[in-house]
Design a protein around this ligand. Structure first.
Ligand SMILES: C[S@@+](CC[C@H](N)C(=O)[O-])C[C@H]1O[C@@H](n2cnc3c(N)ncnc32)[C@H](O)[C@@H]1O
Length: 269
């Protein structure tokens, strides 16, 4: 049985963005950094991905579907969609979305007799071990099926010790492995500059709201009880480190140096 998870960071982003999408979106470069424009960018992104789906595709498996925004739009466009995610919080949020079949599982553990015309991995590819992922796609796709992947990858000259190198596939290695498993690139597109405004917006909101709230918490706790404050800080050092890491993860300059956001349309040959 697949291990069920609840990703606290994704859950947090879902709550603060109040969006049915958990991806970066596809910005117009002239747009102001506002949450409304993030929502527009997210709509634009899935519409762009849908525009890349080859003629003749009817059945789609949405892998790592998040809370279902992409799956719902695919269904509205007439595709027969099924979706999966191992995250219980997302499963709850997904419930009732156009009666789309949902499987609470990791992709690696997913078993079915069905075969699909297209597998969509919208920002879920990074979580799935590369070789296991391609093998599973091979098994689940129809003859000449398509794999549509949209995600960030490590650039050729990335720094191995950098925090942004964690949980991210290397672009060159990914392309080579795709070929090894019989996937031919039909289209590829670098959309890095169209996704990084989301990081800049996150940083803006952090500076505006999150940082002052953390400072207020610190001030209140120190004023109330200086010794327990030190103990709480000590005990909370691991989550505080996670928070520190999140700040690096939302730094668009570091993202641009280490990562490249790519869309790949593959065909199984
Ligand atoms: C960044 S979210 C993207 C969600 C959605 N595809 C979107 O574009 O809004 C990453 C998704 O991958 C899922 N995920 C994480 N590990 C996974 C795995 N091993 N197999 C399948 N999905 C996974 C997460 O639960 C989440 O749904």
């Amino acid at each position: 049985m697949s291990q069920k998870v609840k990703d606290p960071i994704l859950n947090y982003y879902r709550k603060i963005t109040k969006s049915d999408y958990l991806h970066y979106g596809y910005w117009n470069l002239e747009d102001e950094l506002k949450v409304e424009n993030l929502h527009r960018a997210q709509e634009r992104y899935i519409k762009h991905l849908i525009s890349l789906i080859p003629q003749g595709v009817e059945t789609v498996l949405d892998v790592g579907c998040g809370t279902g925004g992409n799956a719902l739009l695919l269904q509205e466009k007439g595709f027969h969609v099924e979706a999966l995610s191992p995250d219980i919080a997302q499963a709850e949020a997904f419930k009732g979305k156009g009666e789309i079949p949902f499987y609470l599982t990791k992709f690696e553990d997913f078993e079915t007799d069905k075969r699909y015309d297209l597998i969509l991995m919208s920002e879920s590819n990074q979580y799935i071990p590369m070789r296991e992922g391609f093998k599973k796609c091979r098994n689940l796709l129809n003859n000449k099926g398509s794999l549509l992947v949209s995600d960030y990858f490590l650039r050729d000259n990335f720094d191995r010790d950098h925090v942004l190198a964690i949980c991210t596939h290397e672009k060159q290695e990914y392309q080579k492995t795709a070929e090894e498993f019989g996937f031919e690139i039909i289209k590829s597109e670098d959309i890095t500059s169209r996704v990084t405004p989301t990081l800049d917006l996150a940083r803006l909101k952090y500076d505006e709201y999150v940082q002052p709230t953390l400072e207020l918490f610190d001030d209140l706790l120190i004023g109330w009880a200086p010794i327990p404050y030190k103990i709480v800080k000590f005990l909370a050092r691991k989550p505080l480190k996670t928070l520190e890491m999140q700040l690096q993860l939302i730094d668009s300059h570091q993202f641009l140096q280490q990562r490249q956001y790519m869309i790949y349309l593959f065909e199984l040959v």
